[in-house]
Every structure is written in C-alpha cells, then in structure tokens.
Write a protein of this length. Sequence first.
Length: 321
Amino acid sequence: MSKASKRRNARAFMVVLVTTFLVWFVASMSEEKEYTATIPVDYIGYDTARYALVSADTAVALSIRSNGFRAVGRSFSLPAKHITINIGSLSRGMPDSEEAIAFVLRTDRLQETFDSQLHLPGHVSILPITERLHLKIAQRCFKAFVPQLKNVDFTFTMGRGVYGAPVVSPDTVFLYGSMEHLSQIDQLTTVPATIANVVASSTYTLQLDPVWQRFPDLRVSTTEVQVHVPVEEYTENSYTLPLHLIAADTLLRARVYPTEVKVSFWVAKKDYANTRSNDFKAVVSYNSAALSTARVVVSEFPDFVRIKSVQPDTVQIVRIK
C-alpha cells in the first residue's frame, strides 16, 4: 500500500473517530441527569433590633435535574446565587421569653421560593435534598422610653403660635440589648433643632440623640420621631382683674395698691368668644410683715390662652395695724 493510500485511510479513520465521539457526546449531554448543588441561605424580614438570630442553617442542598448542556450553563450561574427566606412571621408570633426559641422550616414548603429566586431555565427541575432548616431566634432585653423634645425652638410668623402642645410620634421608643447597658441610659431626647417661620399646623421629622451608639450591642426601634405642631392664628385680648391677697399668716392684715391689674393674653381666634373674665384670677402672696411689695401671679386662666403681660406686675402692700 502506497504512502498516499495510508494517509487517506488515516484521515478517514480520524473523521470516523471524531464523528463517533461527537455523536456520543451529544447523545450523552442530551440525557437528563441529576446534579447536586449547595446554595447559601440568608434570613430576612425580622426586626434585627428586637430579635437576634442565635443560630441557623446557612445552606440548603438541592437536587437539580437537567441535561448536560443546561448543567454547564448552571455551573456558571449558581455560584453567584443565594436564597433569601423571610422569617418575619416567625418573629412576630414569638412569645415574650428570655430563652431562644427554636424553629424548623420544611423545605418542601419553600419550593416556590427556590424556583423564583434561582431563575433556572425551563425544563430544569429543582427538589430539595435538605429536608429541614433549623434556626433559633432570641428576643433581646428591652427598655421603653418616652422621647423628649430637647432644645427644639419653634418660631412662628406674625400672629400665629402653637395651639396646645406638640405631639410626638411614636410616643414610645424601645432600646434593645443587654440589661447592663440599658440601665446606663435614662432618657432619649431629640437633637437640637430650629424650625423657623411656621405658618400652619405641620409635622416635622426630628432625629434622636444616638446615645445608644456608646454601646455596640444596643439597637433602637427608630432613630427619628415625628413631631406634629398644631398652629392657630392668635389675637390679643385683655381683662382688668381684681387682686386677691393671700397671706401666709391669717392674723396679718394688709391691703394692696393698686387693687386691680390689667392682664393681657394671646388667644386663638376660634376661642376668642369663649374667654370670660371670671376664668382668670390674679393673686398676691403676702408671706412676711417685712415686705412692702409683691409680685402679681395669674394663678388661674384657660389652658387655651397664653399670658402676655401683667400691668403692673408688682404692687405695694400696706399693712393694717
């Protein structure tokens, strides 16, 4: 046999060999097979300030059935995948307890979660190998505070002012952590703030002074509060009131001069018609025979008015012997 014939036979053999291999490879890769993948698990949806995840299974083993070609594509995408499981409903139903509570999640009830989050191509089936996920959740110690407004200044446009008292929401803020550190915090206050040129009733967001940050284990239920400031348009009014003398010693006899004072006050326009002079009372306290003057105090007035001035604000006391 000539050398040319041998070369032709060798080439033909190689073609047959390569073709046979390709046919076998395609046929083998087209067959469905079962593969195992271990996917990391994250737990979300619970209040991390109030609850601590003491322990938890951090991965789930899955059986993924697909052909070889899809398996190659899966091998490139799965390393970047992870599964998040919402356990908010578990923590919300926890009873108050200092002990960690154990939970078991059945993975067959998480099938929809696996399918939706892994985004594998069609004709790929997923079945969990890990039957259950175990976790323990503990409720942190907590302490309740009524948030206080501190160094918050409101300025109003002409003729307007706060009506009643500002309302803070939420009215209770919780700190969570160790009792050792919780006991070292006495109050929660807002950071200093100035809210200028208030025209109408409005709600403002104020930050809380982050005193809890001194302790790494403490968590807070909220870092800010809402403050609603009720505002009304005010007008000025005044009444002339008789002075009442209040003596500490009932045996002391005295008179005041003058016997009347003018009390000026601010009142919301909507309450103007509801004010009466007999809702106000001006008094002078006479505690010592050596005193010849005393300061006038408006001891009674409606809670919806603000006293502006008293004229005169100091009166003479004449003792009667």
